[in-house]
Design a protein around this ligand. Sequence first.
Ligand code: SAH
Ligand code: SF4
Length: 407
Amino acid sequence: MRNGAGGAKLQGNGKCSILGPAVTKQPNQLVRLDTNRQAEGSLQALFGLDAVALTARLTALGEPGWRGRQLAEALYRQRITELEGVTTLPLVLRRRLESEGWRVGRPRIAQVFVSQDGTERYLVEGAGGDGQTVETVWMPEGDGGEAGDGSGPDEKGWERATICVSSQVGCAVNCQFCLTAKLGLQRNLTAGEIAGQVVAVLDRQGVEVGRDRVNLVFMGMGEPLLNYDAWMAAVRLLVEEVGLSPQRMTVSTSGIVPGIERLAEESVEVRPKLAISLNAPNNELRSEIMPINRKWPIDEVVDAVRKVQLRSRERVTFEYVLLGGVTDRPEHAREVARLVRRTGLPVKVNLIAWNPGPGIGYAMPETDAVEAFKRTLVAEGVPVYLRRPRGRDIYAACGQLKRTVEG
Ligand code: SAH
Ligand code: SF4
């Protein structure tokens, strides 16, 4: 069952353009944005409820408890999008649910952009009916020989894929180099809207959970830890109902200390891995490009990260966006290496060459500067990876996720 491209009513551009920069001039306000607002009308959506909640709804209708588990199977494992198709439930029960205003209500892929490199960017519309879309990205990756198991890509054409998931419509954090920041925060997504992006993409790509290797990165639009409750409820759904492993999930944060501390309290059964958007070698430079650093400077973020009990061999990722002439100099690389050593944490550094976006006054780093930066970290003994830009031609690369409608 494929969601076709096109035919979607895309809107909101006018709305975006009148938005000013986000609210980080008063960083104290940031934590208060952590409201868990439901999309209007989504209250009757079954998608987003876990097995316990589904069971409660059905027992309230006088049904046996195990019907809840059947419904959860249908929504999250069989990926059925209409109540009519849930044939494990008796027809009278399906009719009754419908007449009481319930529907599956899974978010829907409204538009698809396909990149030359195979990356696909989707505009996903929640079931709430406000027409707002968020962006989700599918990045198929051949193993390029690294896996060394001799097997080529199977008939699906990929061996390992990553889904990049959004947590908010827009973002309030106002990092100076990020296109999503230009939207400001429009609203939080619900748990169903976050998990729904993933299930809709799994469905479109015909992914067999448990067999195919799929990673999730919460690195799309928004700051996941400023929508903590809905985001974590989505993670639980994805682990417990959909069957994905939290060890194949990474949440990226700009350094929201109370959120990292909450993450540290989560059970290892559901806690995704952690990535911190470091992006600068010191507080002075970081505050300049990420105003949130004035509220939670590097040392406070690192102290919060220390509270997370890492699994064996688990590393914390430090993401580092290289801004040409601003954060990409050799002395910056040496300073990052010292910083990493000082933390004493098992860290790996993910270097990302800055992706340009309209109206953002930075420059891409020179290839030589990127290579030299990487070499310095390697020489200093810091594990480092250079992230390949994916889907730049369709604005799907890091920090380019904004509701852009080409053409
Ligand atoms: N809000 C979270 C997750 C979404 S941003 C966070 O900031 O961590 C995901 C990553 O994209 C972050 O590491 C961010 O620094 C990076 N990023 C943002 N804009 C970028 C751009 N224009 N080019 C490259 N990376 C960018
Ligand atoms: Fe928000 Fe992350 Fe972009 Fe910063 S980099 S504005 S936190 S999405």
